[in-house]
Design a protein around this ligand. Structure first.
Ligand code: HEM
Length: 290
């Protein structure tokens, strides 16, 4: 839900490449929620639009405000910067700008480079999947989360995404690959990025460093929130964003039953850190209720 339709390349070529973080997904929700990559976001846009209108806030500001408040509710979450003052005039984004779970790492890195993000920054952004679940990739297992602690903004997503996959949680279609824990859903895109040499060391660096993960996420989210905008025209209203509950742990753990042998080490420069295995029986992960 944080994505922005924008293309530096198209804009340079004189074509409309999307207005960036301009709230066009709310202004033109009927058009943009019909794009395959935005499937299911109609529930969110329907909920957001009346709030933004009732409080006379631009759609672009409202999307960023809702995202910042949303993640601030998560234990260990970031306190995202919130800049206000985006214009409420936008055009519908072109289709095809939002990455899909079936995309290769090359395709995603090219797409994100076209809005100004490096592969390392893509890894930083994907901390968002620490508090995420899927509802639309496989509706039969709606709510299956991307890590075993979807209510906590912790490093488990980075740990568990590097474990060898053993079984499908869903039907294995639409961008699902095998996950290491029953009930956990793994996107092919996360699998590919976590093991790609351009992002793998950044990805691995977070497994035992919660603060670095949060700080880097805050930085890249500031950038994402102003794609297509001139930040000097916006006013810093970050004081209105709540302070998230503090993280309980800095270092991730291997889930019960897993050892370092189950890790796909993908960073050539540094060995995977020696994480403890959580004691107890092997469990499965329950779906998140929306
Ligand atoms: C880089 C490529 C990315 C791909 C291919 C991707 C793909 C996906 C997919 C397929 C889902 C499940 C949607 C559903 O079935 O309901 C999802 C969920 C989510 N993603 Fe991403 N994502 C990417 C990057 C990001 C980024 C950069 C952010 C934020 C900074 C983000 C935030 C989220 C959130 C918050 C959810 C959970 C939505 C919910 O719980 O309803 N994703 N992502």
């Amino acid at each position: 839900m944080f994505y922005v339709g924008f293309s530096i390349k198209a804009n340079l070529e004189g074509k409309f490449g999307g207005g960036g973080a301009d709230g066009s997904i709310l202004a033109f929700s009927d058009i943009e929620t019909s794009f395959a990559a935005n499937f299911g976001l109609d529930f969110t846009t329907e909920a957001f639009i009346p709030f933004a209108l009732a409080h006379n806030v631009s759609f672009g500001d409202f999307v960023q405000f809702a995202g910042a408040v949303g993640v601030s509710n998560c234990i260990g979450g970031p306190r995202l910067k919130f800049l206000a003052g985006r214009s409420n005039i936008s055009q519908p984004s072109p289709d095809g700008l939002v990455p899909e779970p079936t995309d290769s790492a090359d395709k995603i890195f090219d797409r994100l480079a076209d809005i100004g993000f490096s592969p390392i920054e893509v890894a930083d952004l994907l901390a968002a999947h620490s508090v995420s679940a899927q509802y639309e990739v496989d509706t039969d297992v709606a709510g299956s989360p991307f890590d075993s602690t979807p209510d906590t903004f912790d490093t488990q997503f980075f740990v568990e995404s590097l474990l060898k996959g053993t079984a499908f949680t869903g039907n294995g279609e639409g961008g699902e690959v095998m996950s290491p824990i029953p009930g956990e859903f793994r996107l092919q895109s996360d699998f590919a990025i976590s093991r790609d040499s351009r992002a793998a060391c950044e990805w691995q660096s977070f497994v035992n460093n919660h603060n670095a993960m949060v700080t880097k996420f805050e930085t890249v989210m500031s950038k994402l929130a102003t794609v297509g905008q001139d930040p000097s025209n916006l006013v810093d209203c970050s004081d209105v964003i709540p302070v998230p509950p503090a993280a309980k742990v800095q270092v991730g753990h291997l889930p019960p039953g897993k050892t370092l042998d189950d890790v796909d080490s993908a960073c050539a420069a540094t060995p995977f850190p020696s994480l403890a295995t959580q004691p107890g029986p092997v469990t499965s992960v329950l779906p998140v209720t929306a």
